[in-house]
Design a protein around this ligand. Structure first.
Ligand SMILES: N[C@@H](CCC(=O)N[C@@H](CS)C(=O)NCC(=O)O)C(=O)O
Length: 271
């Protein structure tokens, strides 16, 4: 087995990690993914050498106990080394093989995988201009992801409001209006298949979690954004998503996740 070039720690499954794992498959980069279900991860030591807490590590790491800050609630056990490498304390968190250098933010973890490839198949562009265009799409997706995260967390913890829904709807509209502009006439967001398309597919996949809370939305008189007119008014973007999901290296992660949601799989609670 080739030596892993990047270790990623997260709750699993996590569409944010799919960005890195799809990239790794497409450009043949060996990576290691460590983690457990969202609930189980509360009983793990968050560290380069992450693993389930034992009575001993729990005692040894009392000083690692931290109040969760985003998504999780209660206590999480993050070591000093984890926070030095990943100062915002979030997952996914990636590490260089020695554990010395941390990479945080799922878009940047994905970029790291492409940069580590011997042959990235131009996934991160083949010129400074193309790479920067890809970065520009990734920036717009991070803006969307912030609103999408607030919406999904509010659905999960039962605090969704009409305003929360409207904010997410506006964010989706703003994001897709740009992708629609491109995809109406071109097969990919930036020339050929790139990190921009990978991120696009993974952010939509993550948003699809909303369908687990269709009942909550219906009580607000709303439907899931991906089933509502908002998404339907961006047909080229929706077709692009389906096209990407059919690529085997995408399907390997995305299909089981979507099948689980469609089969009424257990809601994805992380607190
Ligand atoms: N924009 C970040 C989002 C990461 C994030 O917010 N992760 C949350 C879980 S959804 C987390 O690790 N929270 C840790 C905590 O609550 O302390 C990314 O794409 O990586």
């Amino acid at each position: 087995m080739p030596k892993s070039l990047l270790r990623i720690f997260s709750y699993l499954p996590n569409p944010r990690i799919f960005k890195a794992s799809i990239t790794a498959r497409l450009c043949n980069v060996p990576i290691e993914i460590r983690g457990a279900s969202p609930k189980e991860l509360k009983g793990w030591l968050w560290d380069f050498d992450a693993g389930p807490l034992t009575e001993k590590t729990r005692q040894d790491t009392r000083e690692s106990a931290q109040t969760a800050s985003r998504g999780y609630s209660g206590t999480l056990y993050k070591t000093r080394g984890f926070l030095d490498a990943n100062p915002y304390g979030t997952v996914p968190a990636a590490f260089s093989p020695s554990g010395e250098i941390g990479v945080f933010e799922s878009n940047s973890i994905m970029r790291a995988v492409a940069r580590l490839a011997t042959n990235s198949n131009n996934l991160y562009g083949s010129s400074a201009y193309q790479s920067s265009r890809i970065d520009a799409f990734l920036d717009t997706m991070l803006l969307f992801a912030k609103d999408s995260q607030a919406y999904l967390l509010a659905l999960m913890n039962g605090s969704i409001t009409n305003q929360g829904y409207v904010n997410a709807e506006q964010a989706l509209h703003d994001w897709l209006s740009g992708t629609e502009q491109v995809l109406g006439g071109k097969p990919y967001l930036s020339g050929e298949l790139s990190l921009a398309d990978i991120c696009f597919a993974c952010e939509i996949t993550l948003l699809k979690l909303e369908s687990c809370y269709a009942g909550t939305l219906s009580n607000l008189g709303k439907s899931p954004l991906m089933a509502a007119p908002t998404a339907k008014s961006f047909p080229a973007s929706m077709r692009h998503y389906e096209k990407l999901c059919a690529i085997p290296d995408f399907a390997a992660d995305i299909k089981p996740f979507i099948d689980n949601i469609a089969g009424g799989g257990s809601p994805y609670e992380i607190s």
